[in-house]
Each structure stands twice: as C-alpha cells, then as structure tokens.
Design a protein around this ligand. Structure first.
Ligand code: HEM
Ligand SMILES: *[C@@H]1O[C@H](CO)[C@@H](O)[C@H](O)[C@H]1NC(C)=O
Ligand SMILES: *[C@@H]1O[C@H](CO)[C@@H](O)[C@H](O)[C@H]1NC(C)=O
Ligand SMILES: *[C@@H]1O[C@H](CO)[C@@H](O)[C@H](O)[C@H]1NC(C)=O
Ligand SMILES: *[C@@H]1O[C@H](CO)[C@@H](O)[C@H](O)[C@H]1NC(C)=O
Ligand SMILES: *[C@@H]1O[C@H](CO)[C@@H](O)[C@H](O)[C@H]1NC(C)=O
Ligand SMILES: *[C@@H]1O[C@H](CO)[C@@H](O)[C@H](O)[C@H]1NC(C)=O
Ligand SMILES: *[C@@H]1O[C@H](CO)[C@@H](O)[C@H](O)[C@H]1NC(C)=O
Ligand SMILES: *[C@@H]1O[C@H](CO)[C@@H](O)[C@H](O)[C@H]1NC(C)=O
Length: 308
C-alpha cells in the first residue's frame, strides 16, 4: 500500500511533473519530498532518504520502469566486474576499527534485506546494519540539502567525519565507487528524480568521493574540512587541487576473511600492504586545510555515463 502510493507518485513525476523544473531556491531533498510525500516535514524527508538509500542498497520494489540491481548485487561498471557485497557481509577484512589493518564486520546483521524492503533500517536498533543505514540516511540527507534535518524526527549526521578513514581499508577502485554512485543515481531515477537533478548529484558525488587525494572538504558543516577520498587505489582519477601528502595512512588490500562470503573459494587469505602517498608529481599539495564547499549546481557532465 505504502509502495503503491510512492510508485504512483513517482509515475506522475516521471510523466512530467518534474519537467517543470526544480526552483533554484529549493533543495533536491525538499523538492522531491514535497512532490512524492506532500508535506515537507522532517519525518517525510527521512522517509524519502530511507526509500532512496534502501533502494540503492537492494532493489526494494517494482518501480517506474527502472530496475535497480542494488549495491549488494554483482555487476559491471565501465567494463570491470564489481562485487561490493563482501565489504558489507564480513567476507573481507575491510572495516576500519582503528588498527593498522581492516577487520571483518558483518553489516547485514539486522535482518539483511527483509527490513529494507519494509522501509526500515534493520529489525533492531543496535545492529551494525542499523547504525550504518541510519548514518547513510543522515549523510545523504545532508548531501541532498534536507532543510528540516537536525531534530528528533530526522537527526543530524553524527557518524565518522572522514570518508577516507571510514573506507581506507577497503582500498576501493574507480569501478567500485563508480558502481556505488550509479546505484544511488538509478535509485533516485526510479523515484522520478529528473535528469538535471541526477546529474547534479552524480557530479557532486563523483568529484568529492570518487577521486584520490581530494583536498580536505567540509561535507558536514559542523565536522569541518575532512579527508573525503573514498576512491584510493591506482585506478582512481586524481582530484582537482589534489593534496596527496595528507593522505599518509597505510593502504592495505583487504584480506579475505571468509571465502564463501567473498564469493571466491580459491582466494588467498593474505593481505598485501603498502603505504601510499601516491601521485607525487601531479599533486599540487597544500599544507593547511582547504575548505571546498559542495557546489551541487556548479559542475556538469558525467552522469549520462553513470546511468548507462
Ligand atoms: C559516494 C560514495 C560513498 C559515500 C558518500 C559513502 C558514505 C558512507 C557513510 C556516510 C558511511 C557511514 C560512516 C559511519 O557510520 O561513520 C559509510 C560506511 C560504509 N561504506 Fe560507504 N560511501 C560511499 C561509497 C562506498 C563504497 C563504494 C563502498 C564499497 C563497498 C562502501 C562501503 C561502506 C561500508 C562497508 C561502510 C561501513 C563501514 C564502517 O561502518 O566502518 N561505501 N559510507
Ligand atoms: C523560492 O522563490 C519563490 C519566488 O521566486 C518564492 O515564492 C518561494 O517562497 C521561495 N521558496 C523558498 C523555499 O525560499
Ligand atoms: C502536514 O503537516 C501539518 C503540520 O505538521 C499537519 O497539520 C498536516 O495534517 C499535514 N498534512 C498531511 C497531508 O499530512
Ligand atoms: C572507463 O575506463 C577507462 C579505462 O579503462 C577510463 O579511461 C575511463 O575514464 C573510464 N570511464 C569512467 C566513466 O569511469
Ligand atoms: C530501541 O528499541 C527498543 C526496543 O524496541 C526501544 O525500547 C528503544 O527506545 C529503542 N531505542 C532507540 C534509540 O530507538
Ligand atoms: C582549486 O584551487 C583554486 C585556487 O585555490 C580555486 O580557485 C579553485 O576553486 C579550486 N577548485 C576546486 C574544484 O576545488
Ligand atoms: C599525516 O597527515 C596528518 C595530516 O593529515 C598529519 O597530522 C600527520 O602528522 C601525518 N603523519 C605522517 C606520518 O606524516
Ligand atoms: C563463512 O560464512 C558462511 C556463511 O555465513 C558460514 O556458514 C561459515 O561458517 C563461515 N566460515 C567461517 C570460517 O567463518
Ligand atoms: C579468486 O581468487 C584467485 C586467487 O586469489 C584469483 O586468481 C581469481 O581471479 C579470483 N576469482 C574471482 C572471480 O575473483
């Protein structure tokens, strides 16, 4: 019933409501909350972000002609096979728990897909799954400009500050991060978000997180400028104004913790480790923190490729 309403609203949007265009003084979050759920309340904004994030993680519903395979599904990005599930299910020792190598953590321990299908984060409120999903609702709400976020109905983001640090021991590639962003974009598209708006979001995500050596950037204002590069392996594009010297942490290719969950029963279980301030010649490093505001409207190009 709930999804029927949403799907009908999305169909209306796809049929042309959004074609009138989002006013420049209205954020993507506010605009689509009103379009899909009528009242632009904090609770409705959280509902919108829950729909978009859950659908990006795992295809949750039949929707307006756009099938979303989901972040947990095996796929291909730009000709490269991608399988992100082992980073979430404990198959890889890839979670940064504070040591010098990653640890295996199961982030699907709150009921897995079932609660996501019911527009919930998890079946409980203490699992790793609950914490991760609620943090994603909060973080992406900031990225999409949810104006009502910050109170009890839709709390501000209080997770880790640096997306580089969070994802450091995953040693992610351009194909892996590109696939993740593509699923977010396809999820938004499945709810009727217009092409222009998808392009704005895709470009901002790509330039902020899908580049290596990005200068310290404030995404969550209260957290100040932080290292945000999620793409860090040798396939990643170098950020504009790159500051590789401050990305001085140890980079470890994650070891296989459980070959069954990793989906490769012949994989070796040894990690290789290097320290990497990469790309020394091309970086124009800065010593202090550089604040780069998330300018969603300023950059163009790229999302057409993401949506292929
Ligand atoms: C635009 C790209 C991405 C953004 C903005 C993003 C954002 C986030 C955020 C906000 C968190 C929660 C951090 C916290 O709870 O403190 C997180 C955690 C996580 N992300 Fe990403 N992410 C991105 C790409 C990826 C990719 C490509 C993967 C690949 C598998 C990934 C895997 C994970 C995992 C496994 C966690 C849980 C780690 C932990 O809690 O320690 N993310 N991400
Ligand atoms: C956006 O601008 C229009 C007029 O251009 C105004 O009517 C509307 O109230 C504004 N909306 C917000 C959220 O400021
Ligand atoms: C919209 O929100 C207002 C204030 O919270 C409430 O009074 C009203 O009933 C809501 N309308 C709908 C359609 O949910
Ligand atoms: C796709 O991969 C090629 C190299 O294999 C690279 O030159 C190109 O930039 C990649 N495109 C995207 C959108 O990632
Ligand atoms: C977590 O769930 C328990 C039991 O359902 C409930 O009593 C508690 O208030 C919840 N806590 C939060 C923070 O939602
Ligand atoms: C790069 O640095 C220059 C000079 O500080 C600045 O004008 C420009 O906006 C920066 N570009 C980006 C994308 O950060
Ligand atoms: C790594 O960079 C940080 C700043 O991002 C700095 O505080 C720290 O001293 C550096 N560590 C090493 C070993 O260079
Ligand atoms: C690997 O994961 C599978 C599936 O969850 C589980 O049945 C098995 O016990 C795990 N193996 C080890 C060595 O932990
Ligand atoms: C499985 O692991 C082996 C050994 O590490 C590797 O050569 C092979 O490419 C992997 N296969 C897949 C499908 O990942």
């Amino acid at each position: 019933m709930f999804f029927k309403t949403i799907t009908a609203a999305a169909a209306v949007l796809a049929a042309g409501v959004a074609a009138d265009g989002r006013p420049s003084n209205t954020s993507i979050c506010d605009y689509y909350t009103t379009a899909l759920l009528k009242n632009n309340t904090a609770a409705n904004q959280l509902t919108l972000l829950t729909l978009v994030v859950n659908t990006a993680v795992i295809d949750t519903k039949p929707n307006v002609g756009i099938a979303v395979p989901g972040i947990l599904a095996k796929g291909t990005y730009n000709g490269t096979a991608v399988n992100l599930a082992p980073y979430f299910n404990g198959g890889l020792s890839s979670t940064n728990t504070g040591g010098s190598v990653g640890r295996s953590v199961n982030f699907l321990d709150g009921g897995g897909a079932a609660p996501l299908m019911k527009n919930m984060a998890a079946t409980d409120n203490t699992s790793n799954q609950y914490t991760l999903l609620t943090h994603l609702y909060e973080y992406f709400g900031v990225l999409l400009g949810c104006s009502m976020q910050g109170g009890g109905d839709y709390p501000a983001y209080t997770g880790d500050e640096s997306m580089y640090t969070v994802h450091q021991f995953m040693d992610l590639s351009a194909a892996e991060v590109g696939y993740f962003i593509q699923q977010v974009a396809m999820s938004a598209a499945s709810f009727g978000v217009a092409q222009d708006d998808l392009m704005v979001v895709g470009t901002a995500l790509t330039s902020t997180f899908d580049v290596k050596c990005a200068p310290p950037t404030a995404v969550i204002k209260a957290q100040g400028p932080q290292l945000q590069s999620i793409c860090i392996d040798s396939t990643c594009a170098l950020a504009v104004n790159s500051t590789c010297d401050v990305y001085n942490g140890t980079i470890v290719k994650p070891a296989v913790a459980n070959a069954t969950l990793d989906g490769n029963t012949t994989a070796s279980s040894t990690a290789s480790s290097t320290t990497k301030p990469s790309s020394s010649s091309t970086s124009t490093s800065k010593s202090g923190a550089v604040v780069v505001s998330m300018s969603f409207a300023a950059v163009f190009g790229g999302l057409a490729a993401l949506l292929l």
